[in-house]
Ligand binder design. Sequence first.
Ligand code: AMP
Length: 409
Amino acid sequence: MLTLYNTLRHAKENFSPIDRNCVKMFTCGPSIYQPPHIGNYRTFLYEDILVRYLCYCGFTVNRAIILTDIEDKAIEEAKKQGISLFELTERNAQRFLKEAQELAIALPNEIARSSTTISSAIEIIEKLLQKGVAYRHGKNIYFDVHAFPEFGKLYRIDISSWPRRKIRFSRDTYNGRRWNRGDFILWHGNDSNAEISFRAPFGSGRPAWNVQDAAAVVQYLGEQIDINCGGIDNIFRHHDYNIAVMESYTGKQFARYYLHGEHLLVNGKTMSKSRGNIIYPEDIYKKGFKPYHLRFFLLSKHYREKLNFSEKNFLRTIEHLDRVRQLVRAIFELTPKAHTPKASGNAATGIRDVFEEAMNDDLNFPRAFEEVSKMLSAIVRMKSNLSMEELERIRDAINAVDEVMNVLR
Ligand code: AMP
């Protein structure tokens, strides 16, 4: 049985979706005001492993992902570069789609964007206004945190000491503070810039970042989902805002499971523009490494542990992968002798068993890889005793687990 660590309850829980066969899952995509870095891809990769493993377990996965193409940072960046918002975000979106494909990240056929989910954002805000959970201030619309009694339940904040007097945060992101202790913006009233101004019953403007996930969920998945995931930084504010918006809108529980992946560090430090230590996939490929090397490196620590990128760590990790790939190659090139006795071995089921055991334990990819590698070494050692049938079963098992891992072949 698959268990997942649910941030909502701070515990590992057995996974069971609302619909027994189909899992509904929502994941944040990159904010495409800048190109995604390898830290972002670490998050997208653990999410990819989750999707692939759910499929391996026999579920159908209905997943939505959103590219944030309208928000404060993107607007500022486009202005800085002297290009249109569309030009900026389209360039970064195309780069993301190409790099995701190279890294074998499975994405839904249709990818939501903030700009394509405007009407559902408007519908949500209208209903929140009707319910008295949102209110107008000037041209903007805000969410009243005191109107949602469970506000902050994911991050576990106690809002009883928050000021009753209205403090309004009218930017999409609030740098430098862990919690802004106030009402958050849902709609930026503005009709001066046609590119980012949309007509709504409550005045022209644009949806804030804080309502965009909810808009994509409503448009693509419906009112309730099974899993909402992202990086650890999404727990405070962003995912609590999703809960506040969605649960006030529908009156139902939004997601049953919240998963959060730890961050990637570079030489022990957070990646940032000011440090000048941001690494992009192309920086890795320029040095002659392959996308599967990067994929494996970014998955080489359990998703809830920090991972440190250093040259030494990267090289050691991918050398290990290359050795295991050689074992796989040897197994696929093997031709058993004509009269090999039928082996009674159970290596093929062994591969699946060790893989599933580790993956069922909150997606322990690194352990799954190690256990499968040990099995592969043992198979190569006993190669002269393998029958053709057994070899076929082993190859099928390798292919099956590699549908999830995507690093062995
Ligand atoms: P952003 O483009 O900032 O919205 O980030 C897209 C996703 O990448 C979010 O789920 C973030 O939590 C995640 N993320 C951002 N920085 C890192 C990092 N250094 N390591 C892992 N994930 C990250």
